[in-house]
Design a binder for this molecule. Structure first.
Ligand SMILES: Cc1cc2nc3c(=O)[nH]c(=O)nc-3n(C[C@H](O)[C@H](O)[C@H](O)COP(=O)(O)OP(=O)(O)OC[C@H]3O[C@@H](n4cnc5c(N)ncnc54)[C@H](O)[C@@H]3O)c2cc1C
Length: 430
């Protein structure tokens, strides 16, 4: 690690600055404690800790085992383990007796909040709008320098994706009037309960789409259509062979594949990550059935195999034009259209000259999650959660958070601080 001396005066200086304080960088900071010499700080634009708060619907569950927490897979004795959280907050017996198969997302959020507080190295309310390099990295918020660092770890997460056909022609990326993001549901209906007969369409056949449908049912809506592109609303494959993609041994195999095959492999494996939890699908089908029993009419019409290719606002409704998988087109009109159409990596706040990339081009990510750049020998830049095409389907996921952070720390310190052991492999991938 380099220790730089030339830097803008009067600013706090860190060995490593992490931008973003979501689970990815929290894992990095937790493992860095005691391992990385010199101060480490995380910067987050939020005013305080929150984990996808807009999608924290009642009863939602984590899709990942709590053993795969911020640290345990590489450092089970680390004080930031989920188990230590359960014990030190006095909830271990109540938690065990609740016998969760999958833990509430709210519990995971509480765990992250606890870890953030314990770390004490997070600067909230700092939106890093740019980073330039002047012998050290200079972090800018609203064009004003706020801190400097020798190294950077970017854990910026993702943001909702609005397909072009739903975007306001005058405002790219902003949904048309009447179209809202799943993240805006609670805010949209706050204080104005909709009438049961108001029509709603949810677009997107993944977990967020399913949860949006359940939320609309909870709000009392009874005319809901759920549109998905796949031929059926596919459940997440959580089987043992599917979970083999979520282990370090497979990541190593994936990196040995020719680049032109990797994207194809990821799309073949996507239902191990982007499918809907079986329990969510069962809940939805059961609620739909029970309302039909009571009222003689199912509130949710499932519309798989449709690709929405056009949207227009007409007299207070949104008209959607859909291409059907089996051929032909059809239209659906609704008062409310909710988008659950996936997420894309947040933009990198790096000055363009740092990476020398063309407009919209994504940087190549090395096996140790670093970016190649001019001063990369002395001042490292690492990125989390944007390496799916180089590191596999696991990358945006929580499963190997701690392993990724361990790889970054080993590389930063140029020695094996954490050993990553995955030896009992019974599958020979091709
Ligand atoms: C609702 C939901 C549930 C999910 N559940 C699961 C699950 O059960 N299992 C699983 O494996 N995966 C799940 N995922 C996918 C993924 O694991 C999560 O999105 C996870 O939060 C990603 O962590 P992250 O730290 O990379 O990003 P984020 O959690 O998005 O955190 C990024 C942070 O960076 C901050 N930030 C971004 N840009 C800047 C900037 N320029 N300056 C300052 N701060 C900035 C943001 O405010 C944010 O706090 C889920 C995703 C969603 C949306």
């Amino acid at each position: 690690m380099s220790t730089s001396t030339s830097r803008p005066v009067g600013l706090p200086h860190y060995a490593v600055a992490g931008i973003g304080a979501g689970p990815a960088n929290l894992s990095f900071a937790a493992l860095a404690e005691g391992a990385v010499p010199g101060p480490v700080a995380l910067f987050d634009r939020r005013q305080s800790h929150a984990w996808h708060p807009e999608l924290m619907h009642p009863g939602v569950r984590l899709q990942t085992s709590w053993v795969k927490d911020l640290v345990t897979l590489v450092d089970p004795r680390n004080r930031f383990s989920f188990l230590n959280y359960l014990v030190t907050t006095g909830r271990i017996y109540a938690f065990l007796n609740a016998q969760f198969d999958a833990i509430p997302r709210l519990e995971y959020d509480r765990y992250l909040a606890w870890a953030s507080g314990e770390l004490g190295t997070i600067r909230y309310g700092v939106d890093v709008t740019g980073v330039r390099f002047d012998e050290v990295f200079v972090l800018l918020a609203d064009d004003r320098p706020v801190a400097t660092s020798d190294h950077l770890v970017l854990g910026l997460g993702t943001r909702p994706y609005v397909p072009d056909c739903f975007a306001d022609p005058g405002l790219p990326g902003v949904p048309l009037p009447g179209v809202l993001l799943a993240e805006q549901l609670a805010e949209h209906f706050a204080g104005c309960r909709p009438e049961p007969h108001e029509t709603a369409v949810v677009v997107g056949g993944g977990q967020t789409g399913a949860e949006a449908v359940l939320s609309l049912l909870r709000l009392g809506l009874r005319e809901i259509r759920w549109i998905g592109r796949r031929p059926w609303f596919a459940p997440m494959d959580d089987s043992p062979p599917a979970n083999d993609f979520y282990r370090p041994a497979y990541v190593r195999h994936f990196q040995s594949l020719p680049a032109h095959l990797r994207d194809r492999f990821v799309s073949n494996q996507i239902l191990t990550s982007d499918g809907v939890s079986m329990t969510t699908l069962q809940e939805l089908y059961q609620v739909n059935y029970e309302i039909w029993l009571a009222d003689g009419r199912s509130p949710v019409m499932m519309l798989p195999g449709r690709d929405v290719v056009g949207a227009a606002e007409r007299h207070g409704s949104v008209v959607l034009r859909c291409r059907r998988l089996g051929g032909g087109q059809e239209q659906h009109s609704a008062r409310h259209v909710v988008l659950a159409t996936g997420r894309r990596p947040a933009p990198l706040p790096l000055a363009p000259e740092l990476l020398d990339l063309a407009e919209g081009e994504e940087p190549a990510i090395e096996p140790d999650y670093s970016l190649r750049w001019k001063h990369g020998d002395t001042n490292r830049i690492f990125v989390q959660n944007r390496a799916q095409s180089s590191h596999g389907v696991v990358d945006p996921n929580l499963s190997l958070l701690s392993v990724r952070s361990a790889v970054i720390i080993n590389s930063l310190l140029d020695r094996s601080v954490f050993s990553i052991r995955d030896e009992q492999v019974h599958t020979l991938w091709a």
